[in-house]
Design a protein around this ligand. Structure first.
Ligand SMILES: [Zn+2]
Length: 634
């Protein structure tokens, strides 16, 4: 066992007042857990723990020793008498392994209380340390499943975390002299993002995506077969956000024996579980199974450590990780890593949006230090300038207004995560202000579940939305204008019914219910089809954008031709990626200035175009590695 662990334990025991009876000090992953027989003496003295945590530079968790825990039945009564009814507790369960009581409530803030007063009172009376979770206003099957998995496997999870704690705090063997990055996927291309970082002491994988449009295994998955990538040596995987081109290949690592942690935000964990499960489902239905299954998704959930934005965490003996808002989708993160004793600071943007959207705040651009930066270039070409959010909204509202005027229906095919929720916010807003008529808005397919996950994590939404939800008591996602669609009968009623707006997946009309709606609606010239996202070459969406008027679709063995009479519109400006102007702006405003910038996540030409423009405008060294190339950054 490393001496660092012993040293930390000694410091804790020395620093706590003698009346605190320390039963045990343990590492659970990056955190230090103190078990005590009189937890109230510590929790009442908040400064003590804050100062101690600062000194040892670790997060500290206080839990009671088993001997002072109240019987669960009695404990439940105590909780109900301490917590006000308005908190609306929906579930209470006990975890003997961690000595925690898990309280799920509609208003978790009221279980915590002012400055944590209520939760402190709970510990004092029953001993169990409260872990407080939000019960979302729209129930989410995925969140329930994840919580169930974690509850059922608490013992295994604790073992995983303890082993990880020992690994993170192992002694450093050599001095930190260098840092190298190897591009394993998503360089000079979009899809299968994966970046491998090695220091003298540790190895980290950033993102592990698939290219869903890939033709074969070779072009679909990152190059994990390079000799330097050895699963047993890997210290950590960090997932920037839930989209499959960043998270889709993660279960594969667990299939092939990875036993280490995944770091990401809570919404990323929830949303990527949703998308991974769906991916496995679709592949199964199409009879082209993936090289992993649901079991491996579950295994990854057990190994996931969620972090809030701004939380500094040790992930290896020489690396401190902090995640920051990326403004791309819910929970998306910019990764900051502090390597060694201040030797190097590295930032990976993942996908990011440097503009405020209805849903999210713009990407963070201020860091304590940066020497090197890896940034995306999806819209890095000089011609990739998009309209502002404001103009985009005006355009879509105009189209919807005109369609409803002529008694038509509006079909908006969207990707389930991100754009769908932004559309919901926009539509709710314009209906509320009476600018468009109050027609029903139908939400079909996976969008509903993704929206439920958004309602479980309001703290990750934009300030405007948070204000609405927390202070004005108005949650736009549960507005009465939205209706969940259940099954084919309801769909038929919708297309035969009154004017309405339909949000449905898939976003590129490559399958899913959006294609069914299209077939029903396309031959009526009063209707509109509105694209708000990217349409890939070869997709039905792209053909319609190009103006095809006759669409052959294979159905039950024969080909039917659909005659397109509905209005086809493309509204630019709703992208979750920064456009060219925002990318350049980001480099101009990022602080402090990095010495070196590597460009990823863009077509070959856009990657090169952005790199040379950054160099010309700001005189910062840029690099555009290809997949399989390694760059030394320190
Ligand atoms: Zn993305």
């Amino acid at each position: 066992m490393g001496s660092e662990i012993q040293e930390i334990k000694n410091t804790i025991v020395q620093r706590l007042p003698s009346r605190v009876q320390v039963a045990k000090v343990e590492f659970e992953g990056p955190e230090v857990v103190i078990y005590t027989k009189n937890p109230e003496t510590i929790t009442e003295n908040g400064d003590l723990i804050r100062d101690l945590a600062k000194d040892i530079r670790k997060r500290i968790i206080i839990r009671s020793h088993k001997s002072v825990l109240t019987e669960p039945e009695e404990a439940i009564n105590h909780i109900h008498s301490i917590v006000p009814d308005e908190a609306k507790i929906t579930n209470i369960s006990f975890d003997d392994v961690t000595c925690e009581v898990i309280i799920e409530a509609r208003k978790p803030g009221l279980v915590i209380g002012k400055y944590g007063a209520t939760s402190r009172e709970i510990v004092k009376q029953i001993g169990w340390a409260p872990k407080i979770l939000r019960t979302p206003p729209i129930s989410s099957e995925i969140i329930q499943r994840i919580r169930r998995t974690l509850r059922k496997n608490s013992k295994e999870r604790k073992k995983i975390l303890q082993q990880l704690g020992n690994r993170i705090h192992r002694p450093i063997t050599t001095e930190n002299e260098w840092v190298r990055l190897t591009a394993l996927g998503g360089f000079r291309e979009v899809g299968r993002s994966s970046l491998f970082m090695q220091t003298s002491n540790s190895k980290i994988l950033l993102d592990c995506g698939v290219n869903v449009a890939g033709k074969d295994d070779k072009s679909s998955y990152p190059y994990l077969n390079v000799p330097e990538f050895v699963l047993d040596d890997l210290d950590a995987v960090i997932i920037s956000h839930a989209h499959l081109d960043h998270s889709g290949f993660l279960p594969y690592l667990y299939h092939y024996g990875y036993e280490g942690p995944v770091y990401c935000t809570t919404p990323t964990r929830d949303l990527m579980t949703l998308l991974q499960m769906d991916h496995i489902d679709i592949a199964h239905r199409e009879d082209s199974p993936l090289p992993f299954n649901v079991k491996h998704v579950k295994k990854s959930i057990k190994h996931t450590i969620t972090l809030d934005y701004g939380e500094v965490t040790d992930i290896a003996p020489d690396i401190r990780l902090t995640l920051h808002n990326a403004g791309h989708i819910l929970g998306s993160a910019i990764t900051h890593m502090h390597i060694g004793d201040g030797q190097h600071n590295f930032v990976y943007t993942g996908d990011f949006k440097y503009e405020r959207s209805r849903l999210l705040e713009p990407a963070v651009s201020k860091f304590p230090r940066i020497e090197s930066l890896v940034m995306e270039s999806t819209y890095g070409g000089h011609e990739d300038v998009q309209p502002t959010r404001n103009d985009a909204e005006k355009n879509i509202i105009k189209t919807i207004y005109q369609t409803l005027e002529r008694k038509g229906k509006v079909l908006i095919p969207v990707f389930a995560v991100g754009r769908a929720q932004e559309m919901m916010i926009v539509l709710d807003e314009y209906i509320r202000h009476g600018i468009i008529d109050e027609v029903p808005i139908y939400i079909d397919g996976m969008i509903w579940e993704a929206t439920a996950i958004h309602t479980a994590r309001p703290e990750y939404l934009s300030k405007d939305l948070r204000d609405q939800i927390f202070h004005m008591g108005r949650n736009p996602f549960i507005s009465e204008v939205f209706h969940k669609v259940n099954g084919i009968e309801e769909r038929k009623n919708i297309v035969e019914g009154e004017p309405s707006i339909i949000l449905s997946t898939s976003g590129m009309l490559t399958g899913g219910n959006s294609v069914e709606y299209f077939k029903w609606l396309c031959e009526d010239e009063r209707n509109s089809l509105v694209f708000v996202g990217y349409q890939a070459e070869g997709s039905l969406g792209r053909r319609l954008q190009k103006g095809w008027k006759e669409i052959p679709i294979k159905e039950e063995g024969k080909t039917n031709v659909y005659h397109v009479k509905m209005d086809i519109k493309t509204i630019e400006g709703f992208s979750g990626h920064s456009d060219r102007r925002q990318l350049m702006d980001y480099v101009r405003r990022i602080s402090p200035k990095p010495e070196k910038i590597l460009i990823c996540h863009g077509d070959n030409y856009k990657t090169l175009d952005l790199a040379s423009s950054i160099y010309r405008s700001y005189k910062i060294e840029t690099k555009t590695p290809m997949n399989l190339e390694t760059v030394r950054i320190q």
